[in-house]
Design a protein around this ligand. Sequence first.
Ligand SMILES: CC(C)(COP(=O)(O)OP(=O)(O)OC[C@H]1O[C@@H](n2cnc3c(N)ncnc32)[C@H](O)[C@@H]1OP(=O)(O)O)[C@@H](O)C(=O)NCCC(=O)NCCS
Length: 180
Amino acid sequence: MNIKIRLTTENDFDDIIEVEKRAFGEDSVAELTAELLNDKSAEPYISLLAFENDKAVGHILFTKCSINNIENCPLMHILAPLAVISEYQKQGIGGLLIKKGLELLQKINSEIVFVLGHIEYYPKHGFIPNAERLGYPAPYPIPAKVADAWMVQPLTSKGLGNFGQVICAKAMDVAEHWRE
Ligand SMILES: CC(C)(COP(=O)(O)OP(=O)(O)OC[C@H]1O[C@@H](n2cnc3c(N)ncnc32)[C@H](O)[C@@H]1OP(=O)(O)O)[C@@H](O)C(=O)NCCC(=O)NCCS
């Protein structure tokens, strides 16, 4: 497969929404994605599409977050959502999108990235399970039995720091988006 990954532009909106709908098999994540792409509090965000030839087959979004009560909080991001359309899953495209996204986050000096997601998947890409135990409670409480699904990864040699409650972009700041 010949997969190319690039930053999205306004012209890619329809492709992004289509990929989100097809990957998740319903519309709610696509709707959240549309809101996040228009949410000033999510900026600077990193939005990437993966293409096979000219066909959009995967999308990843990292939106800005911060830590409550920390003045001049360094740049931090939340990975959500990650989507690969079903016919193209399990071929490494999700992994490529994560890798490219982490590289671009480092380029814009983002220091920490969080994700709420599959516990078997994200640790393969450097995420550490149970970010709350490490000092970063999620924007909404994560039930103890799935605490490992809230994960963190430092992006600089400084490692983790600036501990505290994570505050997400406004569009994501709704309890229903925090049920793993
Ligand atoms: C979760 C999701 C994004 C993963 O994307 P993906 O492109 O399938 O992910 P990858 O191919 O990088 O990795 C998935 C699996 O394929 C395997 N894989 C990677 N490259 C492969 C290759 N060339 N050949 C065969 N298998 C491969 C990986 O090892 C992994 O398998 P494992 O977890 O059993 O070890 C995708 O399944 C998806 O969109 N799901 C629906 C939406 C969703 O749940 N999003 C995530 C919310 S947290």
